[in-house]
Unconditional design. Structure first.
Length: 378
C-alpha cells in the first residue's frame, strides 16, 4: 500500500511539473515588435493603453486626396474597417537622418525656399529656440512635441536644474529658469560664429496626433487634461454655437473636437502656437538642424541626442517602456476616431493648412495602418 501511495505521489508531482511547464509556455512574453521607446508631452504620458480605447472599428477612415499621404498600403472609405495595427509594421525602425534631411529639403523646395549657408541662428524669431552654452547645444521646442520634457532634460544637463520635476510641475521649466537660454537673450551675448559650432536639434510630430494632443491638453474637459487655454476654448464655443460668454461660463461649456477643427480652419491655426503649424516655429530655412527627432521614434533617436551632449545620466521625463507602440497611444486612437467622423471637406482644409508639416517627414494619414509613423524608403 505504501509503495502504491509513493507511486501515486510521483505521478501527481510529474503532472504538476508538466502543468507548470504548459502554463509557463502559454504565458511567455511575445517577441517585441520594436525596440524603441516614445516620449510624449505630459498629457500623453498618461495615455499608454491597450484596452478601452476610443477607436470605433465600424467607422471607416476618411481618405485624403494627397498622394504623399496615401502611400500604399492605405484604406479607402469603401474598404473593410480599420484593424488594430499588426506587429509587422513596415515603419517601426526610425528613418535615417540622411532621409530626414532630404525630406526637410523637399519641404523647403515645395515652398521655393532653400537653407541659408552658413546657418544664421541669431535670426530665429519667437521664444522657442534655446542655446545652452555649457553643453553647446541649440534646441527648438515645438509645443505638443514633448518640449517641456526636453527643456527639463537640457537644463539638468546644463546644471541649472538640480532636482527631478514630477509631471504636475514640469511646466515650470518654461519660466525664469530657461528664459536666459532663449535665443532672443543669447544672441545678445554670442554671435552666429559661436552658434554655428553648436550641436542643434529639434523634435517634430505627426500633425494629426499633435492636433488632437493640443485639443485634449488645452481645450477639452478631460479630468487629467484640458483647460489650460480655457478662454480660447470658451471663445470657440461662443463663436461656433452663437452664444454669449455668460452662458458659456455659467454652463461650463467646452468645445467639441469638431468645433475645434472648424475653428482651426477659420483661423488657419494662427491664434496660438500650440495649435499652429510646427513649421512656423522651426528656424528653417535660416538655419539647419544637425538632428531632427521624430517624436514617434524618440526612444532610440532621442537617446543618441543625449549621448551627443554627454547627458547619458539624464533621463527624459515621460518616456514609455520598450513595449510601447506609437500606433496604440491614445492620441493616435482618438485621431482615427474623431477625424473619421468630421466633414471630409474640413479634413481636406486642415490638411491644406498643415501640408508642410506633413511633408517635413512624409507623415502618414490617419487611414494608414502604420499611422502616425513617417512613411519612408527603407
Amino acid at each position: 500500500m505504501a509503495d502504491k501511495d509513493v507511486s501515486l505521489s510521483k505521478k501527481a508531482i510529474a503532472l504538476m511539473v508538466i502543468s507548470c511547464l504548459v502554463i509557463v509556455f502559454l504565458l511567455r512574453p511575445s517577441k517585441k515588435a520594436s525596440d524603441f521607446t516614445s516620449i510624449v508631452t505630459i498629457e500623453d504620458s498618461l495615455d499608454q493603453i491597450t484596452e478601452n480605447h476610443p477607436s470605433d472599428p465600424s467607422q471607416p477612415d476618411v481618405a485624403l486626396g494627397n498622394p504623399s499621404l496615401l502611400s500604399e498600403p492605405t484604406q479607402s472609405n469603401s474598404g473593410p474597417p480599420l484593424q488594430t495595427p499588426q506587429n509587422k509594421a513596415l515603419y517601426l525602425n526610425p528613418p535615417t537622418q540622411e532621409w530626414i534631411q532630404e525630406q526637410f529639403e523637399k519641404a523647403l523646395s515645395d515652398l521655393d525656399l532653400e537653407y541659408s549657408s552658413p546657418s544664421l541662428w541669431s535670426t530665429c524669431g519667437g521664444a522657442k529656440t534655446y542655446y545652452f552654452q555649457k553643453i553647446n547645444t541649440i534646441f527648438t521646442g515645438i509645443p505638443k512635441t514633448g518640449c517641456s520634457n526636453w527643456i527639463a532634460a537640457l537644463l539638468r544637463a546644463e546644471g541649472d536644474l538640480k532636482i527631478d520635476l514630477d509631471p504636475t510641475r514640469i511646466k515650470l521649466v518654461h519660466g525664469m529658469i530657461s528664459e536666459k537660454h532663449r535665443m532672443r537673450q543669447m544672441r545678445l551675448q554670442y554671435n552666429d560664429t559661436t552658434f554655428q559650432e553648436a550641436f542643434s536639434f529639434t523634435v517634430v510630430r505627426n500633425p494629426w496626433t499633435r492636433m488632437v494632443s493640443g485639443y485634449r491638453d488645452k481645450l477639452s474637459d478631460e479630468d487629467t487634461q484640458g483647460g489650460s487655454k480655457r478662454r480660447i476654448g470658451e471663445q470657440i464655443v461662443e463663436e461656433m454655437r452663437g452664444i454669449d460668454r455668460n452662458t458659456t461660463k455659467e454652463e461650463g461649456l467646452y468645445p467639441t473636437f469638431a468645433e475645434y477643427a472648424l475653428w482651426l480652419v477659420k483661423t488657419r491655426g494662427d491664434t496660438n502656437v500650440h495649435f499652429s503649424p510646427q513649421f512656423g516655429t522651426l528656424c528653417i530655412p535660416n538655419a539647419k538642424y544637425d538632428v531632427v527627432v521624430p517624436l514617434e521614434y524618440v526612444g532610440p533617436v532621442g537617446g543618441d541626442v543625449l549621448k551627443k551632449i554627454n547627458a547619458n545620466n539624464t533621463s527624459v521625463l515621460g518616456s514609455y517602456d520598450q513595449s510601447s507602440d506609437p500606433r496604440l497611444q491614445k492620441s493616435a486612437l482618438y485621431a482615427k476616431e474623431w477625424l473619421s467622423k468630421i466633414d471630409p471637406d474640413v479634413v481636406e482644409q486642415l490638411y491644406s493648412i498643415f501640408k508642410t508639416d506633413f511633408t517635413l517627414l512624409n507623415y502618414s494619414n490617419f487611414s494608414h495602418p502604420d499611422f502616425p509613423l513617417p512613411l519612408y524608403n527603407e
